[in-house]
Design a protein around this ligand. Sequence first.
Ligand code: UD1
Length: 353
Amino acid sequence: MRVLVTGGAGFIGSHVVDALLEAGHAPLIVDVVDASAHGADPEWVPPEVPLLRLDVRDPATWPQALDGADAVCHLAAKVGLGVDFADAPDYVSVNDSGTVEMLTAMHRIGWRGRLVLSSSMVVYGEGSYECDSHGPVRPGPRAVADLDAGRFEPPCPLCGRDLRPGLVGESAPVDPRNVYAATKLHQEHLCAAFGREHDVPVTSLRYHNVYGSRMPRDTPYAGVASLFRSRLAAGADPLVFEDGGQRRDFVHVTDVARANVLALTSDSPWDGPLNVASGRPVTLLEMAGMLALADGRGRRPRVTGSYRLGDVRHVTADPTEAARRIGFRARVTPEDGMRRFAHDPLREPCRGS
Ligand code: UD1
């Protein structure tokens, strides 16, 4: 199958390309090869894979990119939290307008095939919580006074009591809390609208915290795994915010790549969102400990008690729907994955670009 992979020179996209090749498919990459995400050259593009260095926002990209494509994995995006709201136009331009250009081009040529969108668990906002008295509840953003006082667990919005965090399923209400999250949800909605009109199945893969080789090193756009790994590489202790008890699901990039291939090749296509997660949630302190141990140079996680306003406390996925719909089950445990990640090469972005 000829598969167009947008963002195929990037961290996750390059692993999707590898997984497609391994499964006997023929990937084609569209990637602008942005110097702020890549080094000068995209080192991991296999020589046999065509790379079109084109911008997803440019309408002229698409006739060439879609020519002969049986399926599309759409990963090209600006990711992470960014620096501040000044980043908003870039997020909206790359993620929303880029997606709209792709869909409009598909519309024009009456493109049919499976479309797999790289989405994110950030669309959920906080994870899922239960109160002993009120059942499932949705806590809002945490108050500064609580965070300053070291009260990191969000309280029940109805009675203020402690909550039990649970696993978030795909039917959970969405609550995007930053610009990136808003664009990811918008991408899902845009693709779904196109899919309904053209009878194209759209699988939106909601990745949890992805890590692994080729991850960009510590930029304002990087996730915590990269930040911890970069500090260890520099001989420093990983800095764990809050009390280290916040929970995430770290899913290895090779599992994420496999989920893409499964979404393209499952017997019946799945039209809708799916969590892509390891199914093995860990606390940030546990994860930092695994990484520091695997690093092997005697560094230890340092719990700072400081916090980032806007961070959610716990968000961990229910992985059962992805298993049922496309047969995806993660293979890499957090222990094995972190052991590998401690020594994997990171991607060196060009500073100041
Ligand atoms: C991250 C990504 C998000 C992505 C999602 C799923 C970023 C900034 N966030 O969300 O874009 O969609 O995973 O893959 O890329 N922390 C520390 N020390 C640090 C940095 C962070 O303890 O040096 C803590 C944070 O306070 C937070 C947790 O680590 O509790 C996770 O942080 P991070 O990876 O940045 O964001 P997520 O909310 O998990």
